[in-house]
Design a binder for this molecule. Structure first.
Ligand code: CS2
Length: 495
C-alpha cells in the first residue's frame, strides 16, 4: 500500500509549484471531516468531491470527506502519498481545465481497515455517508429490488468478522452508530439505480428486520458526469499541466449535474452553491437521466463494441449512429417520460448526444458495456415495457436489446473476443442455446436465442418474454446484426 514519497509528487508541500488556476479552492485540512464516502473511484473524485469542495469554498462548513476504497489498496496508497490531493481535468474538444481538489481528507482500505471504517460510521462528526459502488455492489435482485441473501451477506450481518460486502458494511456501520448513541445520519446512494434512496432504505430495513426509523434518512439522487477510467495518458497530461506527478488524476467532461432530495437530518454541505439541485422529488430527473443518458450510452456501447469501436466517441462517428440514437430518444424513450418542470427533453437529448461525441473523453465501450444485467432493466427494459403498454413497438430500443444479446455471445463482428463482464455472466451463457456459433450468422437460431435470453427474469419481465411481436422484432435485429454486422445494420437505418 505504501508509495514512496517523492519530491515531484503532488502533495501539500508541492502545492506552491502548481499554476495558480490549478490550486484547490480551499486550504486542504482547514475543514474538519463531516462525510464518509464509500467507493473513492474516478467518478466520486470528479463528482461529489468537486461539488463538496466548491460548497465548502462558497459557504464553509466541516464537510471534509473520508474516502473508503472497497478494493484497491494501490489507490489508497497513492492518495495517502499525495496528502489526498488529486487533480480533475475537464476536457472538451481542444480545451481543458485542470484543478486540484482538496475535499478529500483521508482514506481507508475496506479489506484491511474495516474496523476503522465502522468507527467512522459511529463518529458523531460524520453526518452524511455517500456511496458510488456501482449497481451490482448492492446485491439487489433487479427484478424484485430485494437484497439477495447469500452466505457472504449472512456472515456480514452476523457480525463475526469484518464486513466484506457493501450491504453488510452499511448495516454494521449503522448498528455501530446506533450503539454509540450518535446523532442522525443520511445515507446517500449515488449510483445509477431508480429510486436509489428508497431501494437503499428497503435494503437496510430488510437486512435489519425493520431498520432505524427516522434516525437514518436515505435521500434519492440523480448523479451525472461522464468520467472514464484514468489511463497512462491521463496521468501524463496531468503531470505536464501541474508540473508535479499525480497518480490519482482524473479526466472528465465539463458537464456535471446532481439532483438530490433535501432530507439530511444531520445537515449537509451547501451543495446548491456548487450548482446541485435540492428538491422534494428526484424521480422525473432520475428517469430522464437513466433512460436517455444511460439507456443511449448502453445502446452505443453494445453496437460500438460489436462494430470494433474502442470508445463511445468513435461509435458516435459511425455512419448513421447519431441518427439512430436520436430516433431512439425521440420515438421510443421520450413518450415514456414525465420530464421535470422546465426541462425540454429534445434539448436534453441533443446535449447527451453531443457529450457522447466529445472526442476528448476516451470512454471505452467495454467499460460502459460491462454489467449489462444490472443496467438493462432501468436503462432500456422499462422503456420497452412502457411503450408496449402504450400499444407501440419501440423499434430502436428493440435493436438495443438485440445488440446486448449479440454482445453476450462474446465475439465482435471482426472475430475479436468480447469478454462478458457481468455478475450474471454464467447464467447468461447457460441460457444461450448450445447450438449457437457466435462466429457465424445466426440464421434460423436467432429466435431461440432471443426467447431464451428474454426468459431471464432477473432482467426482463414475463410480459416481454411472452410478447410475440416484440420477440419477432428483436429476432429480426439480432439476425441483421449477426449477418451484416453492427456498422452495416446501423448504416441501413439511415432513412
Ligand atoms: C455509463 C455511466 O458506465 C456506464 O454504464 O453509462 O457510468 C455514465 O457515464 C454516467 O452515469 C454518466 O453520469
Amino acid at each position: 500500500m505504501a508509495v514512496k514519497a517523492s519530491p515531484t509528487l503532488l502533495s501539500r508541500t508541492t502545492l506552491s509549484v502548481l499554476p495558480s488556476a490549478a490550486r484547490p479552492l480551499i486550504t486542504p485540512g482547514d475543514n474538519a471531516i463531516g462525510q464518509l464516502h464509500i467507493g473513492v473511484g474516478a467518478f466520486h473524485r470528479a463528482h461529489q468531491a468537486v461539488f463538496t469542495e466548491e460548497a465548502m469554498a462558497a459557504a464553509g462548513g466541516d464537510w471534509g470527506i473520508v474516502g473508503v476504497a472497497p478494493r484497491s489498496a494501490d489507490l489508497v496508497g497513492q492518495l495517502r502519498a499525495q496528502d489526498h490531493l488529486y487533480s480533475v481535468t475537464s476536457r472538451s474538444g481542444d480545451s481543458s481545465r485542470t484543478r486540484v481538489v482538496g475535499a478529500l481528507t483521508g482514506t481507508r482500505h475496506l479489506p484491511t481497515e474495516a474496523d476503522d471504517v465502522l468507527r467512522l460510521f459511529a463518529d458523531p462528526a460524520i453526518k452524511v455517508v455517500t456511496l458510488t459502488v456501482s449497481e451490482k455492489a448492492y446485491r439487489l435482485d433487479p427484478a424484485t429490488g430485494r437484497l439477495r441473501m447469500d452466505e457472504e451477506i449472512r456472515a456480514d450481518l452476523a457480525g463475526q468478522r469484518a464486513p466484506v460486502t457493501i450491504p453488510g458494511l452499511l448495516v454494521r456501520g449503522l448498528r455501530a452508530r446506533a450503539a454509540a448513541g450518535a446523532p442522525p445520519i443520511a445515507i446517500v446512494c449515488c449510483d445509477n439505480l431508480p429510486g436509489n434512496g428508497s431501494r437503499l432504505r428497503g435494503l437496510v430495513e430488510f437486512a435489519t428486520d425493520g431498520g432505524f426509523g427516522d434516525w437514518v434518512s436515505y435521500p434519492s439522487t440523480m448523479v451525472d458526469r461522464i468520467v472514464p477510467a484514468s489511463t497512462p495518458s491521463t496521468l501524463q497530461r496531468a503531470a505536464t499541466t501541474l508540473g508535479v506527478r499525480d497518480l490519482a488524476a482524473v479526466d472528465t467532461e465539463t458537464y456535471r449535474q446532481w439532483v438530490l432530495t433535501d432530507d439530511f437530518p444531520g445537515g449537509r454541505p451547501t451543495w446548491e452553491a456548487a450548482g446541485a439541485i435540492l428538491t422534494t422529488d428526484v424521480t422525473p430527473w432520475e428517469q430522464l437521466k437513466l433512460r436517455i443518458l444511460n439507456g443511449v450510452h448502453s445502446t452505443a456501447a453494445y453496437l460500438g463494441a460489436l462494430a470494433g469501436c474502442d470508445t463511445i466517441a468513435e461509435t458516435l462517428a459511425l455512419p448513421g449512429m447519431a441518427n439512430l440514437l436520436q430516433r431512439l430518444i425521440t420515438e421510443d424513450i421520450t413518450p415514456t417520460l414525465n420530464p421535470p418542470a422546465g426541462v425540454r427533453v429534445s434539448t436534453y437529448g441533443a446535449t447527451v448526444l453531443s457529450r457522447f461525441a466529445n472526442p476528448a473523453i476516451e470512454h471505452r465501450t467495454m467499460q460502459v458495456a460491462m454489467d449489462g444485467s444490472q443496467k438493462l432493466p432501468q436503462r432500456l427494459v422499462g422503456t420497452v415495457r412502457d411503450r408496449r403498454r402504450q400499444g407501440d413497438l419501440p423499434a430502436y430500443a428493440a435493436l438495443a436489446i438485440a445488440a446486448w444479446m449479440r454482445f453476450t455471445m462474446g465475439v465482435a463482428d471482426d472475430g475479436q473476443p468480447l469478454p462478458l463482464q457481468d455478475p450474471l455472466a454464467d447464467v447468461i451463457r447457460a441460457a444461450l442455446p448450445h447450438s449457437i456459433d457466435p462466429s457465424r450468422p445466426l440464421t434460423g437460431s436467432a429466435g431461440g436465442a432471443v426467447r431464451a435470453l428474454l426468459r431471464l427474469d432477473a432482467i426482463f419481465p414475463t410480459e416481454l418474454a411472452e410478447d410475440a411481436e416484440l420477440v419477432a422484432t428483436i429476432t429480426g435485429w439480432l439476425d441483421a446484426l449477426s449477418t451484416n454486422g453492427a456498422a452495416a445494420t446501423v448504416k441501413a437505418c439511415t432513412w
